[in-house]
Design a protein around this ligand. Structure first.
Ligand SMILES: [Mn+2]
Length: 297
């Protein structure tokens, strides 16, 4: 039995931080563990190896809020002990809400999948990409069946813990941050028009936060071919992850976010406090925040 070839994996980009290891490259897990010549037994041994590393879980809490000037909440999210995700619907109501719901439902279904169904030789990013691609096809069908839905789509930023690794997949302008040793680092790069201007040196990051076209995303899950950004991170007890929609990051500065993440030990209180700060800043958009600690079991 052959292991899945790289051509079977979806296109993977590695545009995330220096913590990232590129896509499927360098993944030879399962080859060294238990070379018995029996493919079934090798798979079981590799699974057992992964289970032995299952010493870390996520302690996650999500808070989502309509904000102060929107009629409905087009954000959606999922926060559980090994999968967290935020999606921010685009395309106007009610379709943005539908699109973010489709991608979160698909990821939630992945979360229900038994760990044994995620092949140990594949990085957790593969499972995330597959779930997002499934949602992308569903959205594509919905648009084809109703031309009024053209433009419907969603951002998605999702993180899956598998053994001693965390996979991160990202499309759009929701964000993932990591607080490690007290230092906050943005793990994702916004797929936005203004981020392009920042990259070209036309405007500063601070100017981007106030730019009138800051919400214009250059990539979204909207039924078109997808190239999500991916990263693999080590699952380290004591790390704290933040996923949020732009309803937080547009109105609360990173330095303030970092302070709140450092101060509030309890994840639910921490997430609520970040949402409260967005509301205090006027919250022109829906706000969704997930705070997740990697903890030893
Ligand atoms: Mn938004």
């Amino acid at each position: 039995m052959s292991r899945p070839s790289k051509s079977n994996t979806l296109p993977v980009q590695s545009t995330l931080s220096g913590l990232a290891r590129a896509g499927a490259a360098g993944h030879d897990r399962g080859t060294s563990a238990g070379r018995t010549g029996d493919p079934y037994l090798e798979t079981r041994v590799a699974h057992f190896g992964r289970l032995l590393y299952m010493a870390v879980t996520l302690n996650a809490a999500m808070v989502t809020d309509l904000g102060l000037s929107r009629a409905n909440n087009e954000d959606a999210g999922h926060a559980a002990d090994r999968l967290i995700a935020v999606a921010d619907g685009i395309g106007g109501m009610p379709y943005g809400e539908v699109a973010s719901g489709v991608v979160i439902d698909s990821l939630a279904a992945l979360d229900l999948t038994a760990l044994e169904k995620v092949p140990p030789e594949q990085p957790p990013t593969d499972a995330l990409i597959l779930a997002i691609e499934t949602a992308n096809q569903t959205i594509g069908e919905m648009v084809r069946n109703d031309p009024g839905r053209v433009g419907m789509g969603t951002t998605v930023t999702a993180l899956l813990l598998a053994g001693d690794e965390i996979g991160l997949v990202h499309v759009g302008d929701s964000r993932a941050y990591l607080l490690h040793d007290g230092e906050l680092r943005q793990l994702t790069r916004d797929d936005t028009f203004v981020q392009g201007l920042v990259d070209e040196g036309v405007i500063t990051a601070e100017e981007a936060r106030r730019h009138p076209r800051r919400s214009l995303v250059t990539r979204a899950v909207q039924g078109q071919p997808l190239q999500p950004a991916c990263a693999l991170l080590p699952a380290r007890p004591g790390d704290r992850y933040l996923l949020c929609s732009d309803g937080l990051s547009d109105v609360v500065e990173d330095g303030v976010i970092a302070d709140v993440l450092r101060v509030y030990r309890e994840v639910a209180r921490c997430a609520q406090n970040l949402v409260d700060l967005a509301l205090a800043a006027g919250a022109p958009d829906n706000v969704t925040v997930i705070v997740a600690d990697t903890v030893e079991t």
